[in-house]
Design a protein around this ligand. Structure first.
Ligand SMILES: [Zn+2]
Length: 389
């Protein structure tokens, strides 16, 4: 049995511990100590990381009251100095205490029950037993929980027997254990939990719901507390400041300005599409007039492939042999016609590789793309030679 220092005092960052066992099992190096400040994975909270002597502790787990530390090398001494990554642990303490208050407030205000909890280095979320939540409800919940944080309510933990626990009003129970550890946050919440928590709710600093989404008939609530929320605020403030600068507007006008700009871009896109279509019609006529031997062959230097395609489509009904390319997009489109008996699909199949191109098509139509514009031009020249044979 390992003495759990984190239950004596969650702020213990280091200890001088005695090595009880140090061995290899299933390719993992494991260390057992007489007492440890390392919290093992459990109750939705990831394990601590840190150092035992000069060995790195990457994972900690508990089995039958013994705590195992996974290390990258076994200690040589019997007495070892242990250090946990306290910044990381404190982050989990802030998130975990925030999660209790959040779940308790959802329960009190809306009767919703927490049915899942994820706390990781990546994100923190709870799954609540309702299918939808409005923006107003999210704001109300945030406001209530932040109120609990500002009130700086003490957080107490104590251990009771299962019988004793039944006489308590608990949000969440644990059955079938000899001892039940209760985490009580003043009048806000009481629930069975084995995790580590801050001593006063003020230490959570702030809670912010980041996102909500439907999840298996529930609603998944993503949130951030403490330093995570502060770092998120820095990130978002930077984004807003950059947009304010780039769009030359005020913070208060930013959303309207962005919405209007997007609508304008869309309208301009539509107008541009119209002009391109009209222009491709003129261009098709122009090419047709310049056709020799019922062949049109032209590579555009400054037109994108979608425009070149439009021109080709406008010419499609003219019974011509058409080779049109875009040097910009390094793409080519070919229609067989004008009495020239060239199976273009087959030509593509047989010659594409030699010009490092990709693509193909039918006897009448084929399309391809190339790594280099020069290869595409050479390919077009080769095809033209074939047509004019
Ligand atoms: Zn908990």
């Amino acid at each position: 049995m390992t003495e759990k220092l984190y239950y004596d005092d969650v702020y213990i960052k280091e200890s001088l511990s005695r090595v009880v066992e140090a061995f290899e099992k299933d390719g993992k190096l494991l260390v057992v100590l007489d007492k440890t400040p390392f919290y093992p994975e459990g109750g939705g909270q990831p394990s601590d990381t840190g150092r035992i002597g000069d060995a790195h502790v990457s994972y900690v787990f508990e089995e039958d009251d013994t705590i195992y530390h996974v290390v990258d090398k076994l200690p040589e001494n019997t007495l070892v100095l242990c250090n946990i990554d306290f910044e990381r642990r404190y982050d989990f303490m802030q998130q975990h205490s925030g999660e209790h208050m959040l779940a308790a407030t959802f329960y009190k205000l809306y009767g919703a029950v927490s049915q899942g909890f994820h706390m990781g280095d990546d994100y923190v979320s709870i799954d609540m037993s309702f299918t939808e939540i409005s923006t107003e409800e999210v704001k109300r919940i945030e406001s209530v929980v932040n109120g609990h944080i500002y009130s700086n309510v003490p957080v107490n933990t104590f251990v009771v027997t299962p019988e004793e626990s039944r006489s308590l009003t608990l949000r969440k129970r644990v059955e079938g254990e000899d001892q039940v550890r209760i985490v009580q946050i003043g009048e806000v919440d009481a629930c069975a939990c084995c995790g580590t928590h801050v001593k006063y709710t003020g230490e959570v600093g702030i809670i912010k719901i980041i996102k909500t989404e439907k999840y298996k008939g529930m609603t998944r609530i993503y949130f951030k507390c403490g330093r995570r929320a502060f770092e998120d605020y820095i990130l978002k403030h930077d984004i807003v400041s950059t947009l304010v600068r780039n769009l030359s507007t005020g913070e208060g006008e930013l959303v309207d300005k962005a919405t209007n700009d997007m609508a304008e871009v869309k309208a301009l896109g539509r107008k541009l599409g119209e002009y391109k279509r009209r222009l491709s019609g003129y261009e098709a006529q122009n090419l047709k007039a310049r056709a020799e031997n019922r062949v049109v062959s032209f590579i555009y230097e400054d037109k994108e492939m979608d425009e070149v395609q439009m021109i080709a489509e406008d010419l499609a009904s003219e019974d011509l042999f058409i080779i049109l390319g875009s040097a910009l997009s390094r793409g080519i489109i070919v229609f067989s016609g004008g009495g020239h008996n060239v199976n273009v699909g087959q030509f593509f199949k047989e010659n594409m590789k030699a010009f490092s191109g990709k693509g193909g098509g039918s006897a009448k139509r084929a399309q391809g793309s190339f790594g280099y514009a020069e290869d595409m031009k050479a390919f077009a020249a080769e095809l033209l030679k074939q047509v004019n044979k």
